[in-house]
Design a binder for this molecule. Sequence first.
Ligand code: ATP
Ligand code: MG
Length: 400
Amino acid sequence: MNKLIIFKRSNYKYLKDELEAKGMELIDLARVHSFMKGETYLEDFDPSLQVIDISSLGNMDFKDNTIKVIFPEIVRNHFDSATFISDCNDEEFKDNMGYTFTIEEYRPNIDLAVIDEGSLSEIKEQSKKLLTNLSKVEIENLITSFNKSLIGHERFKEDLLDKVIEFKLFNAIKENKIFSIFIMGNSGVGKTEVAKLLHKQLGGNKHIAKINFGNYSSQDSLNSLIGSPRGYIGSESGELFDKIKNSNVGLILIDEFEKATPALFNYFLEVLESGYATSMLGEEIDLSGYIIIFTSNINDIDFEKTFSPELRSRFNYVSSFNPLTMADKKNYLYTRFSKYVEEYNEVFSKRMRKLDKEELDRKIQVEKYQNMRMLNKAIRELFLSHVKEKYPKSTDKIWR
Ligand SMILES: Nc1ncnc2c1ncn2[C@@H]1O[C@H](COP(=O)(O)OP(=O)(O)OP(=O)(O)O)[C@@H](O)[C@H]1O
Ligand SMILES: [Mg+2]
């Protein structure tokens, strides 16, 4: 009977080392699946030399045909001899396979001294500013300022306070550790802005804990995120851990989440479920009280296709941002322009006048812009020409 070794993600390093010490090679099923579609997969699979990591199956609906074919074939062809490993703790997953495995739970035989205690205590000592440490009044004030700064998205703003209060209650009774928000919508409508504003309102320093999966190459993405076992290339603790340590608030921003791999979806499923982020080095960070904001450009239909029901159900709040309305864009134009003038006057002790709304409307037709980043570019150009007009002399202090 095939053997399935269940391991905890935090013990991955030890399991991998132990298997490799026995001369076994670890193969990730997620990679086999994405790199070798069709009939040629794992033709040379040798169960005496190779072990397959099927963790990615745990987060799949089995709607995916390639996986549906690959996995049973491997099991059939090597019945009795193959060993699989998985970080899945979902009983249903094991039952639904339709195969009976000999299940073995992996317990590492480790010398605990090898774990870097220094970095663990470093995390504990830093007291992060958490949403859950705020009083109701503080939360209301935070949301009020947030709502003033985010333009449009009225529905989201209406819901946010209720969702936060609901979270605070369930966090207090230890039913919900992390407040997770998933925001989808077109480029430049303010998804990332939500995270930046909340970070600021919480009293965040200049380091926002931001991961952008658009920048990850799929191959070693989990390693880049949560580190890799010692002795291997890039043995640092991983981007997620470095970013969490540098930030002074309990907020993580995950941009372009849809570009992550199944292994990463699985990882975040576990993070949201357990409330802990675990690195490959066995380091654990308690994320209770944290806000995690996931952003994505996908639409509602792709949202359902891309993420498993298990993962979707872990988000406290899923919101779809509509394009901003004409009124919102005008509001953005007026507020931005005024802000530039105010900051400018402050820095250079000038009294440059603002342009009035009619003038701004004449100079910039907001209907041409869908992406606020592009609109902002136009506003900056307008501001620059405005300054040049007022202070044309190159001897003026602002040009030096
Ligand atoms: N609703 C909004 N309220 C205030 N500012 C906004 C809003 N939408 C966009 N902006 C401004 O426009 C710029 C781009 O917004 P943001 O980075 O949030 O876009 P995004 O939705 O995350 O887009 P992408 O999908 O391209 O990452 C930011 O400078 C932000 O300040
Ligand atoms: Mg963004």
